[in-house]
Design a protein around this ligand. Sequence first.
Ligand SMILES: Nc1nc2c(ncn2[C@@H]2O[C@H](COP(=O)(O)OP(=O)(O)OP(=O)(O)O)[C@@H](O)[C@H]2O)c(=O)[nH]1
Ligand SMILES: [Zn+2]
Length: 205
Amino acid sequence: MTDILDSTTLNGSQAPPGRVDRDRVTDLIGQLLVAIGEDPTREGLADTPTRVAAWWNEFFSPDAAVPTCFAEQHLSDQLVVVGGVSVWSLCEHHLLPMNLNVTVGYVPDGQVIGLSKFGRVAQRYAGRFQVQERFTRQVADDIALAIGGSDVAVAVHGTHLCMSARGVRMESARTTTLEARGRFETDPILSQQFLTVVATQWGNP
Ligand SMILES: Nc1nc2c(ncn2[C@@H]2O[C@H](COP(=O)(O)OP(=O)(O)OP(=O)(O)O)[C@@H](O)[C@H]2O)c(=O)[nH]1
Ligand SMILES: [Zn+2]
């Protein structure tokens, strides 16, 4: 397990993905089809390598800028929670999809973050090979950077196809990760308020 979850990959400093060589991927997918006993020239598969290469190109997100913030001097004590941010990533152990349902909470201190940016931050880190724990930390890091403070909480509810559709085959298994920083770590009332909103948003999936 150590090589899967070591401190290098969990510390949020993962390099952004590089450029996809679509011609090479197309060629390799054709080879993969042969290797698993298929005929890549048959009608139904003829365009599959090109489509799969297009998908890999689409999957890897470009690196994004720091989220836009707006000055709101009078706001310094309000809990803001943005939920329903659902993104698809790929687990880096099996290259199978994971759905990550993200809820972010923060306390503005003189500025607020543009609401769409929570989705953009989540998409940025979903568009690479991931483990849920690292994704959760990376989202928290970016939001903390944007607000220039540490009062940030990120909760992620994950469904991993590598656990549901193969291997141990537990369809209902869900993984929850929570990164609570600053006042979300030290203030039990704020923490409870955030978790109550999270529970309300997630319902009983
Ligand atoms: N901690 C963590 N583990 C993950 C995540 N995604 C997948 N995994 C796990 O990564 C592990 C890989 O284990 P291995 O023993 O190397 O691979 P495997 O033989 O295919 O394991 P099984 O999935 O148990 O069949 C599995 O336990 C997966 O459930 C994730 O986001 N976080
Ligand atoms: Zn996996």
